[in-house]
Design a protein around this ligand. Structure first.
Ligand SMILES: [Zn+2]
Length: 248
């Protein structure tokens, strides 16, 4: 069991580390509607245990997949929140910043740009590219205490914040990559998509056979003690480029 402490000091509920949410993949079957949606602003009840559990499990998914950020619509929620933790891969300390209803018009602190080398948990198989991001942004959002918080994010934090805010508006980092470059990568991406579709088919088959098995066992009076964790097969990692700054 893992427990996370947020930057505002609120402890997220304990969740089984193995029970992550399945990620939504880009442009594969109808799941991509989540990734291309502008998530709506909605008041969230920060005292609701089910809501906190969703957030804790999304954090779990982010950590289990070595991400430094994750947005609600990456794990199948049409909700306007995201989580960022850019330091944990270095320090080993999990300290997620939970960002509810971030102000979409975040102000730029410094008008300079950095080139951010990014990948995405929802773009399959380690596809990466360079994205122009501002070096400093100010985010206004609601934290898990239900209070409004202002965060001045710099460098990697700024890039990660913009990557996640983009997600919440239905934008992906690949939208910044030039058409010429994308066309060069298109072939690889198609190959990747074919592979992912195959993985999803296999995954669905696994789930169906699991359900069938449970039904057969139920016919003989067996009752599972608790919900079986969803086990997602490890993806084969193909690096298109070397080096990685952001995966979120
Ligand atoms: Zn992403």
């Amino acid at each position: 069991m893992e427990q996370y402490t947020t930057t505002c000091g609120v402890k997220l509920p304990e969740v089984d580390g193995a029970k992550n949410y399945p990620l939504v993949f880009y442009n594969v079957s109808d799941w991509s509607e989540f990734l291309r949606m502008d998530t709506p602003f909605k008041l969230m009840d920060v005292t609701d245990a089910d809501f906190l559990k969703k957030i804790a499990q999304a954090a779990c998914t982010m950590y289990a997949t070595n991400g430094i950020g994750i947005a609600a619509n990456q794990v199948g929620f049409k909700e306007n929140w995201c989580i960022i933790d850019t330091k944990w891969l270095e320090t080993g300390e999990k300290n997620p910043r939970v960002i509810l209803n971030p102000d979409a018009n975040q102000s730029l602190l410094i008008e300079t740009e950095q080139t951010s080398h990014e990948g995405c948990l929802s773009v399959p198989l380690g596809f990466k590219g360079d994205v122009p991001r501002h070096t400093a942004v100010q985010l206004v959002y609601t934290n898990l205490k239900g209070e409004q918080e202002t965060w001045d994010a710099f460098d990697l934090d700024a890039a990660a914040a913009m990557h996640e805010l983009d997600h919440l508006r239905g934008k992906l980092f690949i939208d910044y990559i030039s058409k010429l470059r994308l066309s060069l990568l298109d072939k690889k991406l198609k190959k990747v998509q074919k592979k992912v579709k195959h993985q999803i088919r296999n995954h669905n088959k696994q789930i169906l056979s699991q359900v069938k098995k449970l039904n057969q066992m139920a016919a003989f009076g067996y009752r599972p003690k608790e919900e079986e964790p969803l086990v997602v097969e490890q993806q084969e990692e193909i690096e298109f480029e070397h080096g990685s700054d952001i995966t979120g």
